[in-house]
Design a protein around this ligand. Structure first.
Ligand SMILES: C[S@@+](CC[C@H](N)C(=O)[O-])C[C@H]1O[C@@H](n2cnc3c(N)ncnc32)[C@H](O)[C@@H]1O
Length: 238
Protein backbone atom coordinates (compact mmCIF):
# COMPACT_ATOMS: atom_id res chain seq x y z
CA UNK A 1 0.00 0.00 0.00
CA UNK A 2 1.38 3.41 -0.93
CA UNK A 3 0.95 6.24 1.55
CA UNK A 4 -1.24 9.34 1.23
CA UNK A 5 0.11 12.71 0.13
CA UNK A 6 -1.42 15.63 2.04
CA UNK A 7 -1.01 19.12 0.60
CA UNK A 8 -1.26 21.35 3.66
CA UNK A 9 -1.98 25.06 3.49
CA UNK A 10 -0.30 26.69 6.47
CA UNK A 11 -1.65 30.22 5.97
CA UNK A 12 0.38 33.32 5.04
CA UNK A 13 2.63 33.74 8.08
CA UNK A 14 0.83 34.17 11.39
CA UNK A 15 0.95 30.69 13.03
CA UNK A 16 -2.50 31.38 14.54
CA UNK A 17 -3.94 31.26 11.01
CA UNK A 18 -3.16 27.57 10.71
CA UNK A 19 -6.38 25.54 10.54
CA UNK A 20 -7.37 22.93 13.15
CA UNK A 21 -7.45 20.37 10.34
CA UNK A 22 -3.88 21.17 9.28
CA UNK A 23 -2.68 20.78 12.88
CA UNK A 24 -4.47 17.41 13.19
CA UNK A 25 -2.97 16.02 9.98
CA UNK A 26 0.50 17.33 10.86
CA UNK A 27 0.33 15.46 14.16
CA UNK A 28 -0.24 12.16 12.32
CA UNK A 29 1.95 12.13 9.20
CA UNK A 30 5.20 10.13 9.10
CA UNK A 31 7.21 12.54 6.95
CA UNK A 32 7.06 16.27 6.21
CA UNK A 33 8.29 18.02 3.10
CA UNK A 34 8.47 21.78 2.60
CA UNK A 35 9.46 23.89 -0.35
CA UNK A 36 12.59 25.96 0.11
CA UNK A 37 13.91 28.64 -2.16
CA UNK A 38 17.04 27.19 -3.74
CA UNK A 39 18.67 30.56 -3.02
CA UNK A 40 18.50 30.54 0.76
CA UNK A 41 17.24 27.11 1.77
CA UNK A 42 14.73 28.70 4.13
CA UNK A 43 11.17 27.61 4.53
CA UNK A 44 8.75 29.99 6.18
CA UNK A 45 6.04 27.31 5.93
CA UNK A 46 8.16 25.06 8.11
CA UNK A 47 8.66 27.79 10.69
CA UNK A 48 4.89 28.31 10.89
CA UNK A 49 4.14 24.67 11.74
CA UNK A 50 7.23 23.77 13.79
CA UNK A 51 5.38 23.71 17.14
CA UNK A 52 2.87 21.18 15.79
CA UNK A 53 5.30 18.58 14.44
CA UNK A 54 6.16 15.45 16.42
CA UNK A 55 9.81 15.73 17.53
CA UNK A 56 10.75 12.48 15.75
CA UNK A 57 9.13 13.25 12.37
CA UNK A 58 11.65 13.58 9.50
CA UNK A 59 11.49 16.97 7.79
CA UNK A 60 12.96 17.49 4.32
CA UNK A 61 13.23 20.72 2.39
CA UNK A 62 12.76 20.50 -1.36
CA UNK A 63 14.52 23.12 -3.45
CA UNK A 64 12.35 24.69 -6.14
CA UNK A 65 14.42 27.20 -8.15
CA UNK A 66 12.85 30.65 -8.62
CA UNK A 67 13.16 30.69 -12.40
CA UNK A 68 11.01 30.64 -15.52
CA UNK A 69 13.54 28.35 -17.26
CA UNK A 70 11.35 25.31 -18.10
CA UNK A 71 14.26 22.82 -18.20
CA UNK A 72 15.61 23.83 -14.80
CA UNK A 73 12.09 23.74 -13.34
CA UNK A 74 11.29 20.36 -14.85
CA UNK A 75 14.53 18.86 -13.50
CA UNK A 76 13.83 20.24 -10.01
CA UNK A 77 10.22 19.03 -9.96
CA UNK A 78 11.24 15.60 -11.18
CA UNK A 79 13.95 15.23 -8.53
CA UNK A 80 11.63 16.51 -5.77
CA UNK A 81 8.83 14.22 -6.92
CA UNK A 82 11.14 11.19 -6.70
CA UNK A 83 12.06 12.03 -3.11
CA UNK A 84 8.37 12.11 -2.14
CA UNK A 85 7.60 8.96 -4.18
CA UNK A 86 10.31 7.07 -2.34
CA UNK A 87 8.63 7.75 1.04
CA UNK A 88 5.09 7.11 -0.25
CA UNK A 89 6.20 3.76 -1.65
CA UNK A 90 7.27 2.73 1.85
CA UNK A 91 3.59 3.12 2.83
CA UNK A 92 4.21 6.33 4.82
CA UNK A 93 1.76 9.23 4.87
CA UNK A 94 3.44 12.44 3.81
CA UNK A 95 2.64 16.16 4.24
CA UNK A 96 3.80 18.82 1.80
CA UNK A 97 3.59 22.30 3.36
CA UNK A 98 2.47 25.30 1.36
CA UNK A 99 2.36 28.94 2.34
CA UNK A 100 -1.24 30.19 2.15
CA UNK A 101 -3.43 27.76 0.23
CA UNK A 102 -2.00 24.71 -1.60
CA UNK A 103 -4.06 25.21 -4.77
CA UNK A 104 -3.38 28.95 -5.17
CA UNK A 105 -0.12 29.81 -6.99
CA UNK A 106 1.66 26.99 -5.21
CA UNK A 107 4.39 24.42 -5.88
CA UNK A 108 1.98 21.81 -4.49
CA UNK A 109 0.03 22.00 -7.77
CA UNK A 110 3.08 20.73 -9.70
CA UNK A 111 3.94 18.15 -7.09
CA UNK A 112 0.36 16.84 -7.02
CA UNK A 113 0.32 16.43 -10.82
CA UNK A 114 3.70 14.71 -10.88
CA UNK A 115 2.85 12.32 -8.03
CA UNK A 116 -0.43 11.44 -9.75
CA UNK A 117 1.44 10.56 -12.97
CA UNK A 118 4.10 8.60 -11.12
CA UNK A 119 1.84 6.82 -8.59
CA UNK A 120 -1.72 6.90 -9.96
CA UNK A 121 -2.96 4.81 -7.01
CA UNK A 122 -1.63 7.17 -4.33
CA UNK A 123 -4.35 9.06 -2.50
CA UNK A 124 -3.84 12.85 -2.59
CA UNK A 125 -5.69 15.08 -0.12
CA UNK A 126 -5.58 18.85 0.03
CA UNK A 127 -6.08 20.74 3.30
CA UNK A 128 -6.98 24.31 2.30
CA UNK A 129 -5.23 27.26 3.91
CA UNK A 130 -6.01 30.92 4.46
CA UNK A 131 -4.56 32.72 1.45
CA UNK A 132 -2.21 35.68 1.62
CA UNK A 133 -4.78 37.97 0.04
CA UNK A 134 -7.49 37.00 2.54
CA UNK A 135 -5.13 37.79 5.42
CA UNK A 136 -3.97 40.99 3.68
CA UNK A 137 -7.57 42.16 3.21
CA UNK A 138 -8.17 41.48 6.91
CA UNK A 139 -5.05 43.43 7.96
CA UNK A 140 -6.16 46.40 5.86
CA UNK A 141 -9.90 46.03 6.57
CA UNK A 142 -10.47 46.24 2.83
CA UNK A 143 -13.30 44.12 1.36
CA UNK A 144 -12.25 41.80 -1.47
CA UNK A 145 -15.74 41.75 -3.01
CA UNK A 146 -19.26 42.63 -1.97
CA UNK A 147 -22.78 42.52 -3.42
CA UNK A 148 -22.62 41.66 -7.11
CA UNK A 149 -18.97 42.61 -7.54
CA UNK A 150 -16.40 40.46 -9.28
CA UNK A 151 -12.94 39.64 -8.02
CA UNK A 152 -9.87 38.54 -10.01
CA UNK A 153 -6.46 37.36 -8.83
CA UNK A 154 -3.45 37.83 -11.11
CA UNK A 155 0.28 37.30 -10.83
CA UNK A 156 2.66 40.25 -11.17
CA UNK A 157 5.69 37.98 -11.54
CA UNK A 158 6.12 39.11 -15.16
CA UNK A 159 4.99 42.70 -14.50
CA UNK A 160 1.68 44.54 -14.33
CA UNK A 161 0.79 44.60 -18.02
CA UNK A 162 -2.32 42.43 -17.55
CA UNK A 163 -3.79 44.83 -15.01
CA UNK A 164 -5.47 47.11 -17.56
CA UNK A 165 -7.29 44.32 -19.37
CA UNK A 166 -8.36 42.73 -16.06
CA UNK A 167 -9.55 45.91 -14.34
CA UNK A 168 -11.79 46.60 -17.36
CA UNK A 169 -13.85 43.52 -16.54
CA UNK A 170 -13.37 43.11 -12.79
CA UNK A 171 -14.43 45.28 -9.84
CA UNK A 172 -11.62 44.09 -7.57
CA UNK A 173 -8.16 42.76 -8.41
CA UNK A 174 -5.42 41.25 -6.29
CA UNK A 175 -2.00 41.45 -7.85
CA UNK A 176 0.33 38.90 -6.26
CA UNK A 177 4.12 38.50 -6.64
CA UNK A 178 4.72 42.24 -6.94
CA UNK A 179 8.33 42.15 -5.73
CA UNK A 180 10.25 41.79 -8.99
CA UNK A 181 8.64 44.46 -11.16
CA UNK A 182 7.32 46.83 -8.50
CA UNK A 183 8.11 50.19 -10.19
CA UNK A 184 6.56 48.95 -13.44
CA UNK A 185 3.46 47.71 -11.58
CA UNK A 186 3.08 51.11 -9.88
CA UNK A 187 3.36 52.79 -13.29
CA UNK A 188 0.57 50.55 -14.66
CA UNK A 189 -1.64 51.37 -11.67
CA UNK A 190 -1.09 55.10 -12.15
CA UNK A 191 -1.72 54.87 -15.89
CA UNK A 192 -5.02 53.09 -15.23
CA UNK A 193 -6.07 55.94 -12.90
CA UNK A 194 -6.11 53.68 -9.85
CA UNK A 195 -3.44 55.21 -7.64
CA UNK A 196 -5.92 56.26 -4.93
CA UNK A 197 -7.72 52.92 -5.19
CA UNK A 198 -5.03 50.48 -4.19
CA UNK A 199 -3.65 49.09 -0.96
CA UNK A 200 -0.23 47.44 -0.69
CA UNK A 201 0.34 44.73 1.93
CA UNK A 202 3.75 43.24 2.63
CA UNK A 203 4.80 40.49 5.08
CA UNK A 204 1.25 40.16 6.32
CA UNK A 205 1.16 38.68 9.83
CA UNK A 206 4.97 38.68 10.07
CA UNK A 207 7.65 40.97 11.52
CA UNK A 208 7.87 44.10 9.40
CA UNK A 209 4.27 43.96 8.13
CA UNK A 210 3.40 46.96 5.93
CA UNK A 211 -0.13 48.07 5.05
CA UNK A 212 0.09 51.15 2.84
CA UNK A 213 -2.62 53.03 0.94
CA UNK A 214 -0.56 56.15 0.22
CA UNK A 215 0.67 55.84 -3.37
CA UNK A 216 3.37 58.51 -2.97
CA UNK A 217 4.96 56.44 -0.18
CA UNK A 218 4.83 53.32 -2.36
CA UNK A 219 6.87 55.16 -4.98
CA UNK A 220 9.72 55.30 -2.45
CA UNK A 221 9.95 51.49 -2.35
CA UNK A 222 12.36 50.18 -4.97
CA UNK A 223 11.89 46.48 -4.42
CA UNK A 224 9.48 45.23 -1.76
CA UNK A 225 9.79 41.96 0.13
CA UNK A 226 8.94 38.78 -1.80
CA UNK A 227 5.84 38.42 0.40
CA UNK A 228 4.01 41.44 -1.00
CA UNK A 229 0.77 42.02 -2.88
CA UNK A 230 -1.55 44.78 -4.00
CA UNK A 231 -5.33 44.97 -3.59
CA UNK A 232 -6.92 47.20 -6.25
CA UNK A 233 -10.57 48.28 -6.05
CA UNK A 234 -11.99 49.91 -9.17
CA UNK A 235 -14.71 51.76 -7.23
CA UNK A 236 -12.42 52.96 -4.43
CA UNK A 237 -11.12 51.63 -1.15
CA UNK A 238 -13.85 53.05 1.11
C1 LIG B 1 4.05 31.54 -4.64
S1 LIG B 1 2.81 32.67 -4.15
C2 LIG B 1 2.05 31.77 -2.83
C3 LIG B 1 0.60 32.12 -2.64
C4 LIG B 1 -0.05 31.29 -1.53
N1 LIG B 1 -0.19 29.92 -1.93
C5 LIG B 1 -1.39 31.85 -1.10
O1 LIG B 1 -2.37 31.09 -1.04
O2 LIG B 1 -1.46 33.05 -0.75
C6 LIG B 1 3.77 33.85 -3.31
C7 LIG B 1 3.09 35.21 -3.28
O3 LIG B 1 2.05 35.19 -2.30
C8 LIG B 1 1.93 36.46 -1.68
N2 LIG B 1 2.16 36.28 -0.23
C9 LIG B 1 2.38 35.14 0.42
N3 LIG B 1 2.48 35.33 1.74
C10 LIG B 1 2.31 36.66 1.95
C11 LIG B 1 2.31 37.50 3.10
N4 LIG B 1 2.51 37.01 4.33
N5 LIG B 1 2.08 38.84 2.93
C12 LIG B 1 1.87 39.35 1.70
N6 LIG B 1 1.87 38.60 0.56
C13 LIG B 1 2.10 37.29 0.69
C14 LIG B 1 2.99 37.36 -2.33
O4 LIG B 1 2.38 38.05 -3.40
C15 LIG B 1 4.00 36.35 -2.83
O5 LIG B 1 4.79 36.86 -3.88
Amino acid sequence: MVGTLYGIGVGPGDPELLTVKAVKVLGKVAHVFAAASSKNDYSLALDIVRDHLRPDVPVDQLAFPMTFNPDRLEDAWQANCERVVEVLKRGKNVAFLTLGDPLTFSTFIYLMRKIHQRLPDASIRTVPGITSFQAAAASANVPLAEGEESFTIISGAKGGSRLKEVIDVSDNVVLMKTYKHFPQILAQIEEAGLKDRCCFVSRCGLNGEIVERNFERLLEIEQPNYLSLMIIKKHGLE
